[in-house]
Design a protein around this ligand. Sequence first.
Ligand code: GLU
Length: 296
Amino acid sequence: MITRFAPSPTGALHLGHAYAAWIAHDRARAAGGRFLLRLEDIDHTRCRPEFEAGILADLAWLGIAWDGPVRRQSAHFADYAEALARLEAMGVIYPCFCTRAEIAAEVAAAPGAPQGPAGPLYPGTCRHLSDDARAARMAEGRDHALRLDVARATALAGGPLTWVDEKAGRQTARPEMLGDVVLARKETPTSYHLAVTVDDALQGVTLVTRAIDLFSATHVHRLLQALLDLPVPLYHHHGLVMGEDGLRLAKRDRALALAAMRAAGESPAALRRRLGLPPCPGAAAPLPCAGQVEEE
Ligand code: GLU
C-alpha cells in the first residue's frame, strides 16, 4: 500500500487538506505501507516558498510524518517532457493557439457547445486546423498550449478502459467528459493531469486518495495511463469538507486555515473528531500519528 498527499503550495492549507492528508496517511499506516508527500508546484506564478513552509509546519503540527524524500514536481520537468514527447509521437497532441477570450467568445456563440462538470468544454477549434495553418502559426512564433486529442487518444488506446473507485465501484473511463484538456503550456511545460499521472506511476502509488471534485479528472488520467503504459492504481475519492456556510473551503478562506486553528489553540485530536476520523490507534497525546520526518 503506497498512498500520497499532494498539495499545491499556492495558499495556506485548511481543514479540508487535513482531512485529505489524514485519509491518505491513515490508510498507509493501517496497512503497514508507505505514505508519501508530493508538492505539486508546477505553476511558478502561483506557488510560493512561504506556502510550502506552511504546509510542512501544518503537517508537523498535525503529527503527520511521511516516508522518504518529498517529491517536488518542479524538479522533475524532464519526466513530464518525456511523457509528452511519447504522446506527441503517437499523434494525440495538437497545438492550440486560442486565447482564453477567443475560447469564451466561441463558446458564447455556440449555445449547444458541450459542457463539462465545471463549465463549457474547449470547443476543439485548433483540432481542426490544417497542417499548413498549424505550421504557419508556429512559424510566426504564436504562443500555444498543447492539448490532448481525446477522441484520437481514446481510439488509439482501445478499450473499454476501466478503473475502480473504492466507494463508487468499477467505472468505465469517459475521458471526453473534460474535453481536449491542456497537457502543457509555454510557461508551465506540463499540466496537473500529466504530472499527477506520471508521478503516481513513478512513485509506485497503489491507492490514490483525493477529493470527489477530481473524480472526472480520473477519467482522463486513466486514458493517459493506457497511452503511456502505466499501472492503474485503485482510487478513493472522498467527500469535501464544507465550511459553516455550507460551501466548500478554499485556500482564500482564512477561518479554517490550519495555521489559524493552531493559533486559536485547537488540537489535532479535536480536528480528527470534528472530521469524523477515529483517534489514531496507539497514538500518544498530544500529537496523533506522530512519527519520524525524514529530511530530503
Ligand atoms: N494537487 C492537487 C490539489 O491540491 C491534488 C492532486 C491529486 O490528489 O490528484 O488539489
